[in-house]
Structure formats: C-alpha cells, structure tokens
Design a protein around this ligand. Structure first.
Ligand code: ADP
Ligand code: MG
Length: 907
C-alpha cells in the first residue's frame, strides 16, 4: 500500500459526528470525482438548489469550472472520506475586484447535516483570507434552508438581500472576530468529543495480539479488561490460538461476531500498521497502540490508516487507558492498579509517570474518572482529553503530564476555556535543556524553551508544577478546599514556635503574604502565646482554645487562608488535648481554605476527614503546604480577572506591512534583517512609536539631518549611530554617539566612525535625543512550535545583566498586557518609584498590543527587537529597532485540523 503524501494545503479534520475527512485543493485529476459528486451523489432537488434549475449539463459545467488548470482566480477545496469526495466549497476571485469572491458549495446528499459544509467553509475562509479576500458573496435560492443555516451558524456576520426569490448573501471575513473563533471552537469541541466516544466510552473492545503466553502484554491487558468488569463484550484476536484463558479467540478482526468500537493493539511494532489497516477496514473507530519503537515508515502507515478510516489513535508507546465510569469500567492498561473511581481526569505522556501518579492519587484517596497514557501522541493529545473532561459530566479536576506540545496555540486556547470550569494541573516536564534532551529521545517530542512554556501555562490558567509530588500536593488542596481570595494573605498557626517560623518562611518563599495581626487573639490563647503571625499558641493550647483561634482568624477580613502546623506533644497523647481534634471537629468547608502540616506524618500528603466528612489536606512539611497554597492563590487570581478580548491596536495597516514583507522576501528569498529604512516603514504601518530617524549616507548629510532634528531633541541634542549591514550591538562596537549639540560634534562623530569602521561603514542614522526615561525592551520572537511570542523586559545596554523579562503568546489580551507589566521585577520603576512619576503605562501597553498585531498579521516576522523603548511620564518612544523576516507559509493555529505527528510527516 502506498501512502498518499500530505501535500501542501492538505489538512485532516473531524466532522460533527467525529468522522475524519481530508481537505485539499481540487485539481484537474479530480474531475471524475467532482462530476460524480454533482451528477450522482446529489439528488435532483439538491442540484436544483445548487444550480438554480434542472439543466442536465450543470454537473459537467461545474466539473469543467472547478477542475481546470489551477489559476489565480479560483480557490476550490474538496473534502474526502477515504476515496469518496463528499463535498466541495469554492470561490471565484475576480481580477478587477480581488477583495470580493463569489462563493459556492456542494455536499453529497448522504453527508448532509454532519457539518461538512461548515468545515469546508472554515477552510475556505482561511485560504481566501490568505489570498487577500475580504468578503464572500453568494446567490442562494430563498428556499435553500440548508445553506442559510450553514451561513447563520458559521459565526461570521451575514448580510442578506432578497431579490426576486433569490437571496444575495454577503459575508465579511473579519480577521479578528472573536465570535467566529468561539463558534469554530465549539464545533471543534463537539466533533472532538464525538470522535473520542469510541475510545473513552466504547461499547465493545478487541485485544489484537492477545497471547497465551503468561506475562505477555497482550494477555495481561486482556485479563485486566475482563477482570476489571468491562460492561460490554471483549474479544481476543490471535490467529494462532483458538482460545485464551478459556474464552474463544478469533483469527482476525474481521472474524469477530461484531465490529468492536475500540481495538487495543498488543502486536509488536512491525505488525502495528497492518493490524491498524485491518481494523480500519472493518469499521473499528478507535485504537490504542501499546508497541514502541515504530520506524518512520510504520508510523506513517499507522497514521494514514487511522485518518483514512476515521479512527482516533492513542499511542504508540502507550500503557493503555482506564475508564472508571460504572457504565463502562474499562481497565485496558498494563501499568499500575485500576484506579479508584472518582472525578480526576489523568493523562500522561510517559507511562511510568502515569503509574506513579495513579499510585499517589490512590494514597491520597482521590479517585479517577479516566486515565489515558498518551505515549508518543501521534493523534490523541492533552488537548483532546481536556475537551473530553470538560464535557463528560464527571471530571472536575484535570491532571496532565506533558513533555511536548503538538499544537501549543490550540492547546493554550482550549486550556484557557477549560480552566475556567475546572482546575487544570500539569507537571511541566522537560523544562531544562538536559530534561528536554531526555524528552526528545524519550517520546520523540519537540523541545520547548522554558520561558515559552511558562507563558503558555500562565496565559491558559494552568497550574504548572515541577514534579509529581508538587502536582499531587496542589491537587490535594484544589480538590478539597475553597480557593483563597486572590490577595492570598495567610495566617500561620502552630503549637510549636519553630515550625511556625519555618512555615512563615515557606509562605514568603512561595510569594504569599503574611499580614501582621492585631493583638485580639491573645485573649483566646494561653499566656505566653505570640499572636502577630505566625501565631504560636504554645504547646499548652487546648483543642477548644485552638478551635476558637482558628474561627476568629477565619472571620478576619485580613486573612484569606490558614496554614496550621501541629506537633505532637506529650500532652497530645491525651485525646482531650489532641490539637488535631480542633481541626477535624471544626467546620469542614470553611470560608477560607485550610491546610495542615503534621511533621510526624509518613506520607507527603493525605486527607483527614473532618466531622462533616469533608477532607482536610495534611502535609508532612511546610514547604509543599505553602506551595500548594500559592498555586491555589494563583488560580484564584487568574479566575478573578476576566479573560478579556484581544488587546486593542487601532489603525494597523496590514496591507502596507504585507507588501513590505513580500517586497523584501522577493529580493531576499532566504530572509534576513531589514535595513533601517524598511524597519521604520514596517513599524510605522502598525503605529509603533519609532523616533524620527534620518538616514545619512555621508558626513555632510549627517550634519544637515542633525540641523533639522536638533529642535526635536531633548535639550536640543541629537544622536548619531553608525550603520553597516549585519551589525549587532552598536554601542559595544562604539557606533553610538548620544547628546550631540553642535554641527562640529556631529561632524566629529561621523569622522570617528569613518576612521574606526572604514569601508564597512554604509552611513549613519541620525535621531533626536529622547528625553530620559526607563529603558525597556519590547519585541517578538517566533518559536517554531509555539508561534509568535511578545516579550517585555528591562532594556537598554544592560539588558542581559538585568535578565528581567515577561513573555506571552500572541495574540495578547488586555489581561496579558497588565500581567506583563506587573510581573517584571523592575515593575516598581514603571509604577513610580522613590518619588519619580510613573511612566505612561498606556503607551507601553500600546507598544505591546501593536507588536502582538504585527506578529499575528505577519507570520514571516521571526524577530523584532525594540531596545530600548524609552518610557517616560508622557509617552514611550523606541530609539533602536531591528526586524528579521523569514519566508513562511501562512498558518492559522485555530483552523480545525488534526495534528500531524512529526514522525509520520517524515515518512
Ligand atoms: P545598541 O543597542 O545597538 O547598542 P542603541 O541604539 O540601542 O544601540 O543605543 C544604545 C543606548 O544609547 C540606548 O540604550 C540608549 O541609552 C542610548 N540611545 C540611543 N539612541 C538614543 C536616542 N535617540 N535618544 C536617547 N538615547 C539614545
Ligand atoms: Mg539597542
């Protein structure tokens, strides 16, 4: 079997019912298929609605029109299921009016009402936008309800004009329409969940490669599915055995009594692709592949079989999956023990981590709704699971272990939505360069730098932890206690002063606030207690006194969380004196979260049940307790701020920017740094405040330019900078002269440049001197995997020493702008420090919002470095800008399509 290579412009995506379709441009080779679609697979009535009449040769004419030699005037996309063309969407772009394209759609009758037209339209919208089309227009018959519903549901604004039984529809393709994106997301979610049903709620399961050999993977999985009490039929497939464990085995998937929803492939790597193809042919809807070590060719064939036959795929290199829902009860894994039923969703990239995580959750007593070992993630990824848990009506806590991201931008967007509903926690694995090396060889995952991952998690409202222990610690709190108020002010209470001090330190290290308390607790506690926070009750405290103290703190408006450390004392061996009683007999769920530290406990974290049955998280040490509180505080903060719209950047001239880019890439196809003049033009197109910069090719022009600019400069001064192509750090090379007042000084500066740089010197840039202010760095970096990232930092010539940066994935929201400005260590300098007036924050925000727009408008923009942007009380101005471009295909991270695994792509 040959693998159809996924050509340019080809994508695979899910219909509303979960069917996988391939979408690609239609060409001359598709004539037969297009003719068949219009002539055979559309009813007379569908044809009448499509062609406004019953002309016999309409299908022929359609095939001629759509399958000519590809030209500029027509975009036509077809959707295939296997070999069947199920629909097409096309638009004609007139030469004289390329902004407005005439749209047409056709879907085979038997594929109606499955979202094919909408999916095709979404892809056509994307392709048309990339070609500069701004509006779709279409003539439709008033009676064509189907097509009107497609338009109405699309999420784009639709204008209709009725004209003699025909409706002229006009759809503006606004680029930044959040309503459209939300509609696309919702369709994506529904399709994804539909496609995952066979995997996560299968009605029947086959184990392919189930073996009689004791201890083999196949046999283990089969035994576990049976032993776990799976609610549907389980079949074993093995051509060599007639029965396994006393139950019949079947020679092939085709020989089974019915088509299984899910097949677990326990065959060795070289046999995986053929087994998958066989499953696909009989109609299996989901696969779990346990084998590891697939070569590029097998990987390609496996993915191809899954896409072609509409199967979702977990793995390869998966440990399996477990579903505890009593209606399913599927234990199809060969790792740890079947998890307790419960409400935590768990997805891990590494099976080993999965086993460890399940074990820890079991110790804690947290049950699991579904567990999936994702393995090499050829298809199903964390993103899919998040959407499933969001929708399954059972899961209220999502735990992920991720080493890599296939579609990080789509993941960030999904996670942002899901995190509003339930806490999403992840172990951020592969943070360090060494860890990434491990991750890459471990599961063939792409490396992803730390700063970007942090930005991704923060934006998405994900609780990112540094290990399994920290994940479980944080989960224990988020699962059982209310969130603190966003301020996160903690009162530490202990019956042993030393532990209280350690807890206070741990809180401070975790960035939590410990407000000083008033004296009024003193009357509730034994003499000798100290009550300022940390509160030391002394070992003599009775459970009643302690309970009163906790209640008082809980009512205090200055406190958002309680951390209680209790050390067993000689007194406590008498139950009447056991201070833990005070915790457990108090109200279980309080206004504020409460965590306890019992330093003599053996497990790192466990629950103690309160009198009302409510669990109280108890840690063995102060550090994890404080860190868990800090995670809860961060989540509260994230939830408290509205998600917000994309940051506002009015008046951006995309057209000019695009033509600058294509002009540059036409002469420099491999890409590179823009010269100062084009840099200024590009920044100006998006309203970025580059200071007036005049290009001077020689000494005389520099003097003339300086004369003209002097009055714009601070105290009448100008700046002259030597320029040569490819320069990096100008001041380090002695190429910047600031504060020049007179012609003589300018002339002198230029002569020095000529002397030191000789023939390299191409000329100089002359600028007015900017008023003093805070020097910031603002820029864009394009990550291969994550896409564009906007960065803000403390800037100027000491940038690297300061190493103070905040980053977010573009597009930025208003909330991101606030986050970036406030999270810099140097933020106090911006907000007005030591009597200095605050800088113009609106101007700084505007720079970031415009960079975000520039980055999203121009995928070719791989690097923008504005350093410094000098921010003062009345504005911000950039005095040094560098821009690098590279050729890149246009890419919409939010277009609905299935991921392509890196390995399969090489095949
Ligand atoms: P480079 O970053 O390549 O060394 P810059 O153009 O950023 O060169 O200049 C270095 C420093 O000189 C800036 O950080 C800033 O302090 C100062 N500077 C440069 N241009 C101006 C200007 N127009 N007004 C005020 N200060 C300037
Ligand atoms: Mg600079």
């Amino acid at each position: 079997m040959s693998i159809a290579r996924l050509g340019r412009g080809t994508a695979e995506a899910l219909l509303a019912d979960g069917t996988t379709v391939t979408i690609r441009p239609v060409g001359p080779q598709d004539r037969e298929a297009v003719l068949g679609l219009h002539a055979d697979r559309m009813s007379e009535e569908s044809r009448r609605l499509r062609f406004f009449g019953v002309s016999r040769d309409a299908p022929l004419r359609a095939a001629d029109r759509l399958c000519g030699e590809p030209g500029d005037g027509l975009l036509c996309l077809g959707a295939w299921v296997g070999d069947e063309l199920i629909g097409e969407a096309d638009c004609e772009i007139p030469d004289d009016r390329p902004e407005t394209a005439e749209l047409a759609l056709a879907v085979a009758d038997r594929w109606h009402r499955r979202g094919a037209a909408t999916l095709l339209l979404e892809h056509l919208v994307h392709a048309a936008r990339a070609r500069g089309v701004r509006v779709f227009e279409a003539d439709t018959l008033a009676g064509n309800r189907g097509v009107h519903k497609v338009f109405a549901d699309l999420g784009l604004p639709v204008h209709r004009r009725l004209d003699r039984g025909e409706i002229r529809v006009r759809v503006p393709l606004d680029e930044s329409d959040e309503r459209y994106r939300a509609a696309v997301d919702e369709r994506g979610r529904r399709a994804d969940v539909a496609s995952l049903r066979a995997l996560l709620r299968p009605g029947s399961v086959a184990v392919v490669g189930a073996s009689r050999r004791e201890g083999s993977v196949g046999r283990t999985v089969l035994a576990r599915i049976r032993g776990g009490g799976f609610t549907g039929p389980v079949w074993a497939v093995n051509p060599q055995a007639a029965e396994i464990d006393g139950e019949p085995a079947y020679p092939s998937v085709a020989a089974l009594p019915a088509v299984p929803d899910l097949a677990v492939l326990a065959v060795p790597a070289p046999a995986v692709a053929d087994a998958a193809e066989e499953c696909g042919r009989v109609g299996v809807r989901a696969l779990v592949v346990l084998a590891s070590g697939l070569g590029a060719d097998e990987a390609g064939r496996l993915t191809h079989a899954c896409r072609r036959h509409s199967m979702r795929l977990v793995g390869p290199n998966s440990l399996g999956t477990a579903q505890t829902d009593p209606a399913v009860r599927l234990d199809a894994e060969f790792g740890g023990a079947f998890p307790l039923p419960g409400t935590a969703g768990v997805a891990v990239q590494s099976g080993g981590v999965g086993i460890a995580l399940l074990k820890r959750l079991a110790w804690l007593g947290v049950g699991v709704s579904s567990f999936v070992s994702l393995g090499d993630k050829y298809d199903v990824s964390g993103n899919d699971l998040l959407q499933w848990w969001e929708s399954d009506g059972r899961t209220d806590l999502a735990l992920l272990h991720l080493e890599s991201f296939g579609s990080p931008r789509a993941f960030a967007r999904t996670a942002r939505r899901v995190s509003r509903k339930l806490p999403v926690l992840t172990v951020d694995a592969g943070r360090s360069p060494a860890g990434r090396r491990g991750a890459a060889s471990h599961t063939a995952a792409a490396a992803t730098p730390t700063v970007i991952r942090e930005a991704l998690f923060r934006q998405a409202g994900i609780t990112a932890t540094r290990g399994i222990g920290e994940l479980v610690d944080a989960a224990a709190l988020l699962h059982a206690q209310p969130l603190p108020a966003p301020r996160g002010a903690v009162a530490v209470v202990s019956n042993a002063g030393g532990i209280g001090i350690l807890a206070a330190d741990a809180c401070a290290d975790a960035g939590l606030l410990l407000p000083e308390l008033a004296d009024d607790l003193r009357r509730l506690l034994p003499g000798g207690a100290s009550v300022r926070n940390p509160v030391d009750t002394t070992a003599a405290v009775s459970p009643t006194e302690l309970a009163r103290c906790l209640e008082a703190l809980e009512r205090s408006p200055s406190i958002d969380a309680l951390l209680v450390c209790l050390v067993p004392t000689a007194l406590a061996t008498d139950p009447a004196h056991d201070p833990v009683r005070a915790l457990l007999e108090g109200p279980g769920r309080r206004r504020v979260p409460i965590v306890a530290v019992l330093p003599d406990q053996e497990v790192p974290v466990r629950y103690l049940k309160g009198a009302d049955g409510h669990p109280l998280p108890v840690y063995a040490d102060t550090v994890p307790a404080a860190r868990a509180l800090a995670h809860a505080r961060d989540r509260a903060r994230w939830l408290a701020e509205p998600a917000g719209e994309d940051a506002d950047a009015p008046g951006c001239d995309v057209r000019t920017a695009r033509s600058l880019v294509s002009g540059f890439l036409a002469t420099t196809p491999e890409g590179g740094w823009l010269d100062p003049v084009s840099t200024a033009d590009l920044l100006e197109s998006h309203g970025l405040p580059l200071t007036t910069s005049v290009w001077a090719r020689d000494e005389h022009s520099a003097v003339v330019a300086a004369g003209a600019l002097r009055r714009l400069g601070y105290e009448g001064k100008v700046v002259v900078k030597a320029y040569w192509p490819g320069q990096v750090h100008k001041s380090a090379a002695g190429a910047v002269r600031v504060g020049l007042r007179t012609d003589a000084e300018v002339r002198g500066a230029y002569r020095e440049f000529a002397e030191s740089f000789g023939t390299r010197l191409a000329g100089a840039v002359v600028q007015p001197m900017a008023a003093p202010g805070i020097e910031l760095l603002a820029g864009v970096v394009q990550d291969r995997v994550f896409g564009p990232l906007v960065v803000l930092g403390m800037g100027g010539t000491a940038t690297d020493v300061l190493d103070d940066r905040a980053a977010r994935l573009a597009p930025l929201t208003e909330r991101d702008l606030t986050g970036m400005v406030t999270e810099l260590r140097g933020a106090p300098l911006l907000l007005g420090h030591d009597g200095a007036p605050p800088v113009d924050l609106a101007a700084v925000r505007s720079v970031l919002a415009r960079l975000s727009r520039l980055a999203t408008d121009l995928p070719e923009l791989v690097e923008v470095d504005l350093n410094p942007v000098i921010a003062g009380p009345t504005g911000a101005v950039c005095v040094d800008a560098r821009v690098r471009l590279e050729p890149r295909p246009s890419f919409d991270p939010y277009l609905r399509r299935l991921r392509r695994p890196a390995v399969a792509e090489e095949a």
